[in-house]
Design a binder for this molecule. Structure first.
Ligand SMILES: [Fe+2]
Length: 289
């Protein structure tokens, strides 16, 4: 088997074949890591990883972020363990609907995520794709006035805020991300710790830009997402069982697409923690301000 990396027609993303992620040697890993830095989203069809193998692959990127106590892999699904489907008003369904907005994982936590690994197990007959948008290319495409305007701006990030905008009132402690800490404050322009490229660090969790009125902040952030998440900067993947994708949360936004929720969709997710040197939020002074 030889590793083949085929870029998509978008500014990000590549399809990677000729590799067994459950059995990676160091030379192949080095090539995958290089491709990850170039393409930011890597799609590996037909891997059928076990949970242990998915955790092992995630661990190549860094420390695993625990989304539930002692769990290094969690289901993302509209199906309960007993096989019944979630109802519209269940919090889990509201979180899934939230995932349909452009976001980056764990930006609402003090330490934002480095990477996310997602695998497909049960897919609906239509819809349910995942889409990614390239925030490096989006930054590059901004006009110079906007670049200058946002150069020194920072926004808070909160899951309470993003879920609130779709009518879901998050309850403290009910789910990962509904925490009692200060909302992290993060610059709108992020410099990638590995490549040095600048990218927009925005998405649905961002709000309350320091120094702007709430309406002005919301308008600016919504406008940036709308501008950023357009062709040729977006790529959509229609999942097949066995597929595995890893993406770089430091420079990519993603969203799930809707599907008929009377059908099951079962994905498994492993999240890789950011490096504190580059993904730990500046100390928030929200109360003081
Ligand atoms: Fe996500």
């Amino acid at each position: 088997m030889s590793l083949t990396v085929t870029p998509t027609e978008a500014t990000l993303g590549a399809i990677v074949t000729g590799v067994n992620l459950a059995n990676l040697d160091n030379a192949t890993w080095a090539n995958i890591e290089r491709a990850f830095h170039v393409h930011a989203v890597l799609i590996f069809p037909g891997q059928y990883l076990s949970e242990a193998a998915q955790i092992g692959f995630g661990g190549r990127f860094g420390a695993i972020e625990h989304l539930a106590a002692d769990r290094e892999i969690v289901p993302i699904s509209n199906q309960h363990a007993d096989g019944t489907l979630l109802k519209d008003n269940e919090p889990g369904m509201q979180l899934m609907r939230g995932n349909e907005g452009w976001h980056t994982d764990s930006s609402y936590m003090p330490l934002a995520a480095k990477a996310s690994v997602l695998s497909a197990h049960v897919v609906p007959s239509a819809g349910g794709q995942t889409e990614w948008a390239d925030m490096r290319a989006a930054y590059d495409a901004l006009d110079e006035v906007t670049k200058a305007r946002i150069a020194t701006l920072s926004a808070y990030h909160s899951l309470y805020y993003s879920q609130g905008r779709i009518g879901h009132k998050g309850v403290v402690g009910s789910s990962y991300g509904f925490h009692t800490g200060e909302p992290p404050l993060r610059p709108l322009v992020k410099v990638h710790p590995e490549t040095g490229r600048k990218s927009l660090f925005i998405g649905r969790h961002a709000y309350g830009i320091l120094g702007l009125e709430p309406e002005e902040s919301e308008k600016l952030l919504d406008g940036l997402v709308t501008f950023a998440c357009q062709a040729p900067r977006t790529y959509s993947h229609a999942w097949q069982p066995g597929d595995v994708v890893v993406w770089d949360n430091r420079c990519v936004l993603h969203r799930a697409r809707p599907f008929d929720y009377r059908e099951a969709r079962v994905m498994k997710h492993t999240r890789v923690a950011g490096d504190p040197a580059s993904e730990l939020a500046a100390h928030s002074d929200r109360i003081a301000s």
